[in-house]
Design a protein around this ligand. Sequence first.
Ligand code: SAH
Length: 418
Amino acid sequence: MNDTRHPAIDIALLGEDGTAPASAPTSVGADGSTVAAAAADARTNIFDFDRARLERFFEEELGEKKFRAHQVMKWIHHRYATEFADMTDLGKALRAKLEERAVVRAPQVVFDKASADGTHKWLLGMDAKNAIETVYIPDKGRGTLCVSSQVGCALNCGFCSTATQGFNRNLSTAEIIGQVWVAARHLGNVPHQQRRLTNVVMMGMGEPLANFDNVVRAMSIMRDDLGYGLANKRVTLSTAGMVPMIDRLAVESDVSLAVSLHAPFDELRTKLMPINKKYPLAELLDACVRYALRKKGESVTFEYTLMQGVNDQPEHARALIGLLRDFDRRVQMKGAAKINLIPFNPFPGAGFQRPDDVAIRTFQKLLNNAGMIAPVRRTRGDDIDAACGQLKGQVMDRTRRSAEHRKRLRAAGVVDVA
Ligand code: SAH
């Protein structure tokens, strides 16, 4: 494992016990800039703009032609430039005007870690008190980046480590696409030429549909040729099941949809995922059917985290098969419902266990026997806590959840109370 720290920021951002200090001192970035200075800087951050908005900014605010916006996008997302002075195909006057009105401000790397299996994790400072995690997972012929959408998460799923940290705020468009920029720059990614980054999954910290506008705008930059040039299908949004927003997504964006199912029965699902109370299974599956019908010929992926003795029994497999078959029938396409099995990834005080390999294979076999392909997602990067559900970051919690979780851990005698 390789842990690269950037001490100046690290010390400022993280308190001794791993929590941010009550009044965080000004943290100094690797480039010498300060978070406090960034907060005080009223200039527009170009990272907040997708193509349409940047064009508008150039035409309406700067009185410039659209194609200038395109040049700037390429400088930023293809060549990783952050100084207008370096954008040499823009005239001097325009560069000066941009300098006055705008900045190109990426998230600051607090530290990054490389796993023995090639997985790479970044802790990125979002402001003086909050940080989020981003994970890169290389595999045969593909490189997937797992991107966060919020600081913490408000949904409180019982098996997810992010939930134990509570919630602070939504990430801006700049803070979402900035994660892609940091990783792509580190990897030496060149869109259309040297592709290190082939897929993005919105499966990091947070519920992406609870931050709809910023997530949709950032996903549009991921798919834009002037951005990261990813095919629509290679950008996946994963949701715990915010039904009305699934319908909005179907209309306003064009990406792959993944839904965290985790249980085929309402009672159990509500216990694991409180959001099920508001949007129970029948409503959730209706919305997924509408999504698939609107995106003709596209499948929906259902994620199923296997927890020992909780949702890994034959009765669960049988009910799950029923739900998936029903889905296929309603969208009139065999295999329209894909299922992804995720063995539970433990974290301190989780209260759930991963089933043993035999139990996982048995569950998978039942699905296979019903004619379903049910890949078991390989655990990656668990030596650096980068696996599904293990992302934590640094959250100045606005809910009581993180304090409650720490109290429970102490009561249970768990020493690793971070
Ligand atoms: N909020 C979104 C995005 C999170 S994606 C969603 O719920 O879909 C992360 C995926 O990992 C989700 O399917 C989530 O349910 C799952 N997950 C969370 N905690 C996990 C854990 N401890 N082990 C395995 N999978 C987990």
